[in-house]
Design a protein around this ligand. Structure first.
Ligand code: SF4
Ligand code: SF4
Length: 351
């Protein structure tokens, strides 16, 4: 489990056990949920639509065997049902403000009853951006509810009438893969529900989403030129496990994710000029676009591009292999330094 998320979850659990720490514990819970939700929005903003209905771990045992958008749907349907039908006893978000129509979902259930291809088919029908909007609305509504909780509420339990109400809502399928959820939730008190579904359930599914998206990136990068437009080598990059590279639609490099269209300025410019990379550009020395912003921590990238210009891509890969054999480092500037000319010299000395 992601250490940072797991530590925050443990801290929250220990704080809410005592009345004196309860409010701080809820603050930690909200912080954890915000961190986790950021993962979802960055995936939605960065990955191509096709990624959301792919199942790179189909048939595996575990949450990662699903799709990205199924995972989002499932996390927030469960939270919506528990928060609104069970705890607040009002109407679920999905059934308000046209969310069901906007998401284009053919079901109102949690999706536990769906198997293999049914999950992929269901995922293809969903409007990913609308599902993300639904998820955010559920999250914000639950956060408001959580912050209003009092310490004494933790022991609150649920009745047979609460179970009946969930059954009547039709939000949980009668399939045996899903129906058990009703007893599972109703046998917990609010303290138990804070773990499942309001925190731990998110962690498990969002970690699975990260596994899915990383695998999709690896698949996308297969057979693609590993030299990025800016001159970095994706094969030697510290982000290579979680980025598909700028020559694919699965690019999650820093400048791409900060750019409104999800494409880094160097990539856009090279495509406009119809060149293979910045190392083929006659303006490279004076260029300050994107990765050439003239910041100490990224100057090594231009040094690599200038190296490719002089010696070619294969030679850069060889030099980077050599440097990785000689030194333990994560980012290239740790060995090439912060100055473009000096960096180029260091690369040349390692040929
Ligand atoms: S961050 Fe840049 S260099 Fe690293 S893998 Fe992604 S595209 Fe390649
Ligand atoms: S102008 Fe700059 S960003 Fe554009 S191709 Fe040339 S070096 Fe790359």
């Amino acid at each position: 489990m992601n250490k940072e998320w797991s530590d925050k979850n443990k801290k929250m659990q220990s704080l809410i056990k005592k009345e004196s720490g309860f409010k701080e514990g809820i603050d930690v819970l909200i912080e954890l949920r915000n961190d986790l939700f950021f993962q979802i929005t960055s995936i939605v903003e960065t990955y191509p639509l096709e990624a959301f209905s792919l199942m790179p771990f189909a048939g595996a045992k575990g949450y990662h065997s699903k799709t990205l958008v199924y995972s989002m749907w499932h996390i927030f349907r469960i939270e919506d049902i528990v928060a609104h039908t069970m705890i607040l006893k009002d109407s679920q978000i999905l059934l308000r403000d046209g969310w069901l129509e906007k998401t284009k979902s053919p079901i109102i259930t949690t999706g536990n009853e769906l198997k293999d291809k049914e999950i992929a088919d269901f995922s293809k029908q969903l409007d990913v951006k609308a599902v993300c909007g639904y998820c955010r609305t559920v999250m914000e509504s639950s956060n408001a509810m959580l912050t209003k909780l009092e310490y004494k509420d933790l022991k609150r339990r649920f009745s047979d009438e609460d179970k009946e109400q969930i059954i009547r809502s039709g939000s949980v399928s009668s399939d045996e893969e899903a129906f058990w959820l009703i007893d599972y939730w109703c046998n917990k008190d609010i303290a138990g529900l804070i773990q499942m579904p309001f925190s731990r359930h998110w962690i498990m599914h969002i970690e699975a989403m990260c596994r899915i998206k990383n695998r999709l990136c690896q698949k996308a990068r297969k057979g693609v030129d590993p030299i990025a437009y800016c001159g970095l080598s994706c094969d030697h990059c510290f982000l290579k496990e979680e980025c598909g590279g700028c020559r694919t639609a699965y690019n999650t490099c820093s400048y791409a994710t900060c750019s409104p269209n999800g494409v880094c300025p160097n990539t856009t410019c090279c495509k406009e000029k119809n060149i293979d990379g910045c190392y083929e550009c006659e303006d490279i020395v004076s260029c300050h676009k994107g990765f050439y912003e003239n910041k100490d921590e990224i100057n090594a990238i231009k040094a690599m591009s200038l190296f490719i210009h002089k010696y070619g891509k294969k030679e850069l890969m060889r030099v980077l292999d050599n440097l990785h054999k000689k030194h333990e480092f994560e980012k290239i500037q740790e060995v090439v330094g912060y100055n473009i000319e000096e960096g180029l010299k260091i690369l040349e000395q390692n040929r």
